[in-house]
Design a binder for this molecule. Sequence first.
Ligand code: GTP
Length: 394
Amino acid sequence: MDGQLNRRSILPGMEDGDSETDQESFEQVTLRVAGHMLMVAGWVFLALLLIQTLMNTINRVNTVAYPVMSITMLMAWLLSRWRPHWRDTIITACVVLVALYIPFIVGLGMMDQLPHRELHLLAPASVMMPFSYLLIFFVFRMQTALMFSAVLFIGYALALVLPVYVLLPDYAQANAGFSVGVILIAQPVYVLMLTTFAWLKQRYESVQVRTDSLEMAADTDGLTQMHNRRRMTRELQRLLGSRTTRPIGLLIFDIDHFKSVNDNHGHQIGDEVLVQMAQTVKSCLREGEIAARWGGEEFLVAMPVNGLEDLQEIGERLRSSIEAQNWPLQLPITASFGASVWAPPETVDQLVDRADRALYSAKRCGRNCVRAYSPHEFPTAVMMDSEMEAPLPT
Ligand SMILES: Nc1nc2c(ncn2[C@@H]2O[C@H](COP(=O)(O)OP(=O)(O)OP(=O)(O)O)[C@@H](O)[C@H]2O)c(=O)[nH]1
């Protein structure tokens, strides 16, 4: 086991690509639903205006707005075909436009048409309604927002309908009644649009949470909960790319004779040692230092240092605190360390490779020690296990 987990190993049967496909199809669904909603809202809106025109109740504002809105929507449609990746922005812009426009225009129209001062007050209220819905959907979750919106809508409908029949004389009722009808139809359309967006947002958030936890799992070692190799490589690249004034030091260490721990006491004890090792490393970390399980029984720590000596001191502190730990079954667990300081412009691989060579040197020197990379020492540094002579943990 190399300690590296990826999505495949976390969710058996789930391929890496699966989640990406999931997300892609979700985005497609999102856009399709939003597009359908916009189209429905647009058609309802145009139909309402068309009815008004046919019934000759259109006012001077609508005369300008009708062609303007039609042209805007046509251009939005053409634009989204021409630049598909702008589609969600265009759809959002159009929905906001239509959503604001419907009550606004109807409100103005109503002000034009209603003969009684009392009813004039209701017209601006129709402009305020969408903002109220918006606020409700902003504050509450979808189901609660829907409930409040329904209550608000019923109250508003009564406030609109009753005065028309109570206050207006017969001759004005038909005209005002029509405007009131248009306003009332606009309200559910608006709530429907907000509901759709609230639903899409909820879906998006749940996909996001799932994606984040998958990302997290893909970057974390399952046994020790430390960063894994994949994450550490990224962190190292970030560290080397950052403009820190201090040199970057790297420690790589490997538990001594870990195979014999497994062979003599079983893999479960081996795992316990690895978990305790991770806790020991984490407890020794200071701000700005990062650690990972690099693979198997190998760990890596990186941090800004003042030089190679400083790095060796940090390694020595870690080595002695590992040695001083109370390990499962009182095993005499120790680790050997390799240290190297980044020499630009070398890559992450080159830096790790130099630390790894120093680690071989530490193993060769009897283990349980810290060795720094020295370029003169390593032309033939790779040693066989049999040449190493530290005592085995029993
Ligand atoms: N329990 C357990 N063992 C692991 C895990 N990953 C790797 N190992 C074991 O770690 C051991 C590594 O052994 P070697 O590479 O021979 O190294 P070593 O015995 O530590 O010897 P030196 O490094 O030379 O001191 C192998 O027996 C692996 O099976 C793990 O996740 N859990």
